[in-house]
Design a protein around this ligand. Structure first.
Ligand code: UDP
Ligand code: MG
Length: 337
């Protein structure tokens, strides 16, 4: 189906059930691996061989759900070639790039396994942790987190900004994010079904994963550098991603203005009393221009920041009320039930 058709016919959206090419349901695999990919043709051979070697050794049945997030390189044809060699691979092609969170949502929506593990294509999430995740899952944990204890694979700026983000987010949000845990984790089918009930369109997946709760175990690992290509998350994109995370899970930035306003009003009142006292008692004339300018500019700045914060939330409300689907699928995958 062509991209550019109206959403109702262009493919599936998150709100319509996945397309099924036959009426006989395929057997449910034990494990679904979900891999969002954008321009990862170079990374694919190494990913495929490491992943298959690990999975063949640790699980009886599995599927690998690859979501092509509007790649401009050969990712799609490489995925299709992989699928033709291995029927356990499923390829879902989005109509354009919707971003990692949307691609991940799409993969999770389509995954059929009893357990689901999202993984990055660049091998920064080592597939060798999956057997341990499965062991903990079989022992009763519904979520198994992979926590990066060593992030030397990421640059200094990314590490320190991530540390600040987790600190700020966890201070503001109702449900704290476990620090240094990415999307690489195992989710039980019950957790996946709970996630599918969350209707929001701007999807900060790490926050949603934490919000649904369930019984969790953690495995530490050290994060390796990206093998091929470059990270798709530039500084500006990371900043916006952090804003998404905070605004999606906290209204504290909105409420803070009430208290800031009260504090400024109180300070202004006290300052007014001081000026009156100085005039009446010390007989000193009120100094004018410089202090006035400073206060006016300061308050103007503070008000604009407040408006900006309101705008951040209003923009997100605006996007939610439009109720557009999170993603659109061009090709329904061939190996679905
Ligand atoms: N990704 C995606 N769409 C995007 C950006 C990234 O599907 O718009 C995929 C990417 O192909 C990779 C994963 O998300 O499999 C993580 O991306 P990346 O390695 O660039 O992120 P980082 O590890 O730097 O956080
Ligand atoms: Mg990466």
């Amino acid at each position: 189906m062509a991209a550019g058709c109206p959403p109702a016919t262009a493919g599936e959206s998150r709100l319509s059930p996945p397309h099924h090419s036959s009426t006989v349901p395929a057997p449910v695999p034990t494990l679904s691996i979900v891999c969002p990919m954008r321009d990862e043709a170079e990374a694919l051979p190494a990913l495929a061989s490491r992943l298959i070697a690990v999975l063949d050794a640790c699980v009886d049945s599995f599927e690998i759900v690859c979501v092509n997030d509007g790649s401009s390189d050969d990712t799609l044809s490489a995925l299709q070639a992989w699928r033709s060699r291995d029927p356990r691979v499923r390829v879902i092609d989005l109509t354009r790039s919707f971003g990692k969170e949307a691609a991940l949502t799409c993969g999770i929506d389509h995954a059929r396994g009893q357990a689901v593990v999202p993984i990055d294509a660049d091998l920064q999430d080592p597939p060798e942790l999956i057997p341990e995740m499965l062991r903990l899952w079989r022992s009763g944990f519904e979520v198994v987190l992979a926590q990066r204890v060593d992030r030397s694979g990421d640059g200094l700026l990314k590490r320190s900004s991530a540390a600040w983000f987790y600190r700020l987010h966890n201070r503001l949000a109702d449900e704290p994010l476990p620090a240094n845990v990415g999307d690489f984790r195992l989710l039980d089918r019950r957790v996946v079904d709970a996630l599918k009930q969350l209707p929001e369109r701007r999807r900060f997946m790490k926050g949603l994963f934490a919000w649904v709760g369930f019984r969790q175990a953690t495995i530490p690992y050290s994060r390796e550098p990206r093998r091929h290509g470059r990270s798709k998350f530039s500084g500006w994109r990371l900043w916006n991603f952090a804003l998404d995370g905070i605004t999606a899970f906290s209204t504290a930035p909105l409420r803070i203005w009430t208290y800031l306003g009260l504090a400024v009003a109180l300070a202004a009142f006290v300052y007014g009393l001081v000026i009156i006292a100085l005039v009446l008692v010390a007989g000193r004339d009120t100094p004018g221009y410089a202090s006035l300018m400073t206060v006016v500019l300061f308050l103007g700045g503070v008000q604009l920041i407040g408006l900006g914060v309101l705008g951040e939330y209003l923009g997100r409300v605006h996007q939610e009320v439009k109720q557009r689907p999170v993603y659109l699928v061009r090709h329904p995958d061939d190996h679905a039930a």
